[in-house]
Design a protein around this ligand. Structure first.
Ligand code: IMP
Ligand code: MG
Length: 187
C-alpha cells in the first residue's frame, strides 16, 4: 500500500462522507416515492453515464415504488476540469415506449447547467410523457444557463470534486465519499 496506488492521497479534504450522502439519498428517495406513487406512472430513472452510476445505484435501492432504469452517455468535458459547453450524445436512450415513460434524469452534479437543460429538452422533443431532473450535487455559482433541478441533494462550493462516481480524467470514481481534488493534481 502507498504511493501512486492510494487515490486518497490526491484528495485535499472530504466534503461529504458516505454517511452524509446516505442521508441525502434517503430524503430524495422519499420525495420521489411520494411524487411518483400513482397507477398511471411509469417511472424510468435515466442514469447519465458515467458519473451518476453510484448515485443511481444507491437511489434505486431506496425506492419502494415500481421503477425501471435506463442509460444515456453524454460528454461535455474533455480531459480537464472545464466544460467544453457542447453536449454530445454518445449513447442514446432506445425505448419504443418512451411516450408512456415518466423520465427522471439522474445526474451527479450540475455545473454550467448545459447538460441537463439540453437533455431535458431533447427527451421532451423525443416524446417522453414527462421529464424531470434529479442531481446529487449543484454548483449554482457556475451556472451559464438558467436551470433548476426538480430534486436536489445539496449545494456545493466551486471546487473540483471527485469520488462517488465523479472523476478527474476517469480516475477517482470509486472513492466512497465526495472529496475536493488537490489543485496540484490538475494544474
Ligand atoms: P454542466 O453541463 O456544465 O452542468 O456539467 C455537468 C457535468 O460536468 C457533470 O455531469 C459532471 O460530469 C461534470 N462536472 C462538473 N463539475 C464537476 C466536478 O467538480 N467534478 C467532476 N465532474 C464535474
Ligand atoms: Mg460526468
Amino acid at each position: 500500500m502507498g504511493g501512486a496506488c492510494v487515490l486518497d492521497a490526491d484528495v485535499e479534504r472530504i466534503l461529504l462522507t458516505e454517511g452524509d450522502i446516505d442521508k441525502i439519498i434517503t430524503r430524495i428517495a422519499a420525495q420521489i416515492d411520494r411524487d411518483y406513487c400513482a397507477p398511471d406512472k411509469k417511472l424510468v430513472l435515466l442514469c447519465i453515464l458515467k458519473g451518476s452510476v453510484v448515485f443511481m445505484g444507491e437511489l434505486m435501492k431506496k425506492l419502494t415504488i415500481p421503477v425501471e432504469i435506463d442509460f444515456m452517455r453524454v460528454s461535455s468535458y474533455g480531459h480537464g476540469t472545464v466544460s467544453s459547453g457542447n453536449v454530445n450524445i454518445i449513447l442514446d436512450i432506445m425505448r419504443s415506449d418512451l411516450k408512456e415513460c415518466d423520465i427522471l434524469i439522474i445526474e451527479d452534479i450540475i455545473d454550467s447547467g448545459k447538460t441537463l437543460s439540453y437533455l431535458s429538452r431533447y427527451l421532451k422533443l423525443k416524446g417522453a410523457k414527462s421529464v424531470r431532473t434529479c442531481t446529487l450535487l449543484d454548483k449554482p455559482s457556475r451556472r451559464e444557463v438558467d436551470f433548476t433541478a426538480d430534486y436536489l441533494g445539496t449545494v456545493v462550493p466551486d471546487e473540483f470534486l471527485v469520488g462517488y462516481g465523479l472523476d478527474y480524467s476517469e480516475k477517482y470514481r470509486a472513492l466512497p465519499y465526495i472529496g475536493v481534488l488537490k489543485p496540484e493534481v490538475y494544474r
